[in-house]
Design a protein around this ligand. Sequence first.
Ligand SMILES: *Cc1c(COP(=O)(O)O)cnc(C)c1O
Length: 322
Amino acid sequence: MGQQLTPRDLWKAKWRIKSVAEITPLLYSEPLSRQLGANIYLKLESNQPTGAFKLRGAANKILSLSQEELRKGVAAFSTGNHGIAVAYVAKQLGIKATVCLSNRVPQEKVNRLKRLNAEVKIIGSNQDDAEEYCYQLEAEEGQTVIKPFDDLDVIAGQGTIGLEILEQCPDVDQVVIPLSGGGLLSGIAFAVKTVDPAINITGVSMEKAAVMYESLKAGRPVVMQEEETLADSLLGGIGTDNQYTFSMTKQYIDQAVLVSEQSIASGMRAMLEFHKMAVEGAAASGIGWLLDKQPQNDRNIVVIISGNNVDHQTIQRIIKPR
Ligand SMILES: *Cc1c(COP(=O)(O)O)cnc(C)c1O
């Protein structure tokens, strides 16, 4: 693949991943639409077999590796969902996967990786340590590191969500996307802006350690200390040597916004009460933001519900705030 994404890459990704990842439903939310005075559509990536969209990017990347590379296996460093996706695809293909995590990752996610036959290595208290170890594995054992966002095949995989949105809601005015490393936003934005640059792309990050948000403000990738947040899947840096997602996010994003922990919890409660769905904090951040800020009347707003990997304790805590 060249150094830039083309629309063809998205269609190739769609074709490649079709036996691994689901085409997810776009659910019209009657209660949210009524409450907000806009047409709210939920793109349910929580319906992926792994519970999150990261399956798309991981599948597209791994399915583009050579036989020789597949034989040596794959490795990933991840706050959870990307690791689960890599392990899931590896299990489907019968290849080896090693996942390196920080000790901040919830136990539920660790157990799940083990059930997918992945070799799990817990390294240090932040993603950077896990990442370093992962590249050490690549150098010593020849496993291919599957990056969580800063890779064109991964971005193209996430971009297939954008193709589906155009098909399921051709009148879309705005897409609200949880934003961390920017793979999800870059892929979707590339897909929809190629068809109509007027479609608004809104990136939502948590107030605590919003690395991409601060990097966009600074005009270069910045480094920040991770903090406890309900949106744990949005934790992690964007890499000071970021190649693609920083510049793509900068190019395509119309507005970058922040949500408080309370708003994330409100978004999670809205998904539980209105739709009987338990989704994780990262996935509820878009709804949390919309509930805070009354959107413009009658707009067609697609909100990416990015994943559902949340533990019972967290759900209990947001139902009964301390
Ligand atoms: C990874 C992830 C995100 C953010 O995606 P980026 O490509 O890193 O911006 C959002 N929600 C969930 C559930 C995730 O796992």
